[in-house]
Design a protein around this ligand. Sequence first.
Ligand SMILES: [Zn+2]
Length: 466
Amino acid sequence: MDYKSFLTRDFKCVAQATEREKRFRLTHLHLIMIIAAVLVISTLFSVFSLDAQAKRHVQSLNGTNNNQIVLPINIPEANSANQNQTTTVTNQSISDILADERWLTVTVKKGDSLAAIFKRHNMDASELHSIMKLGKDTRKLRYVKPGQQLRIRLDQDNALQTLIYDITKYETLAVHRDGDNFVSSYHHKNVEKRFNHASGVIRSSLFEAGGLAGLSDKLTMELANIFAWDIDFALDIREGDHFTVLYEEHFLNGVKVNDGPIIAAEFVNRGNDFHAIRYTDEGGHSDYYSPDGHSMRKAFLRTPVDFRRISSRFGKRHHPVLNRIRMHKGVDYAAPTGTPIRAAGDGKIIHKGRKGGYGRTIIIQHGGRYSTLYAHMSSYRRGIHVGKRVKQGQVIGYVGASGRATGPHLHYEFRVNGVHRNPLTVRLPNASPINHKYKESFTAHAQSLLSQLAVYKETNLALNHQ
Ligand SMILES: [Zn+2]
């Protein structure tokens, strides 16, 4: 097998912006300026928020403000990024609350529990006990996570009056005192789902193309993760590769709060078309499938290394070790020392240790036929040892230059029945198909999404070409 061909296939990219791209960036600049103006105006508004709350109060008494969730108590806004949700005072004025009560904003620490928080703030453990006894709603308080915030209102004797817990951006739990007891209420904000779409052509890197197309880095990463079994995003991406994505966006009161999942996507890599369709079955389980109903997940990942660390050098990449005398039996991924290395598939560690010129090396056996080898590591992941079972994508070690290596890189080998194969081109075992009872429903769903994708692709790319 000739591995020289893929050793020398370095891709040189001319990262010069065309006129069209410059104009495209100019429109983006305008967009940014408009967003900045909106931000300045909204900041000015928030300065007068006390005044604004008083006005809302009047509105709600008149019964004209029915489209909002009205909580029976005043909830001060937490210090979160999204402050658009309004609450309404129904039975107390703001000045009363500010004068008589204390509001605490408590941020949950690592390893924290509600009991620990109560103790820290000299609150009565028996109050916590009666809150937890309230049932299903307050059970969520057992699962407070680090970084989440609780807002707690105490009276002068440190007795709990109100506890507000934002479970998610959309769900709030409120507990408040009613005489000697507590009552809880659960509030769900209505999330509006909208669809959006984007297309991009890769000029220098996937993330740049994603950004220019209006995708967040997180969505671009999700896009790459969907195709991670078919495309090697470290070595296989070429200038001119392009993608189209249909995805959800979540809105609260007309303001976007989150990107939702990718619904359908197309990625054209070196002329090969890949499509993925998200499908949710009756049980609520979602996954991505090819249009013919095969899972996008396969037995082996194409890139056994965190390619985000590589994409920054996209186009200027060079292979540091070019030993042209010995036949090269694997693929080299040049990456900074410490870049995480991932198990390409589920399997069992059968070797961990120094191995001559390979330096620190791990070999994983995957079932009876396949094995993968990872060499030149700087260190192993803690807890990795011979005999241990690992999951696909699990970090097993970190890129380095141990053994005979002139620079930090991962040397990766793929063997089938003990014979070296080119991991970039080897035919991998087929993925399991969608459950046959969903096949018909899936096919109709996929056809509709594919035709939408085709339309969006045409219009988006035509816009980009103006
Ligand atoms: Zn190598």
